[in-house]
Write a protein that binds this ligand. Structure first.
Ligand SMILES: [Zn+2]
Length: 125
């Protein structure tokens, strides 16, 4: 306990292992469900790399043929933002959302960012 905040080394999403950035954003079984949304939608067979930096590099390579590279690059960010928000909701507010709700939040966030991106592109013409 430090400054009224409980420090927990367990993953707030699965509770099965120690929390670190690579587990939280790549390997947690909870997070894996968000990755699967996009991988299965695109029909991509992808082995999750060990580190976040490797995942970004691998994701970039997997998106070489993507129609819209900008949208492609937003996908990891939307997954990680949705996971980070859910992790903090559980950690600091003791509010636990279903994985379905986090998936929906992730997709809505991605759509929102895409709309902003296109709006900025149009306005810059
Ligand atoms: Zn976990």
């Amino acid at each position: 306990m430090k400054r009224g905040i409980t420090l927990c080394s367990r993953c707030f999403l699965c509770g099965e292992t120690l929390e670190n950035v690579n587990h939280l954003f790549l390997h947690c079984k909870y997070t894996q469900q968000l990755w699967r949304i996009f991988l299965s939608h695109k029909g991509i067979s992808w082995t999750m790399p060990g580190k976040v930096s490797e995942a970004l590099k691998s994701w970039e390579e997997a998106g070489v043929l993507a129609k819209d590279r900008g949208r492609w690059r937003l996908i990891p960010a939307s997954i990680w933002w949705a996971i980070w928000k859910e992790r903090n909701s559980r950690c600091f507010e003791s509010i636990e959302n279903s994985v379905q709700k986090v998936k929906l939040n992730c997709i809505l966030l991605l759509c929102f960012w895409c709309v902003i991106s296109y709006t900025q592109m149009i306005l810059s013409l």
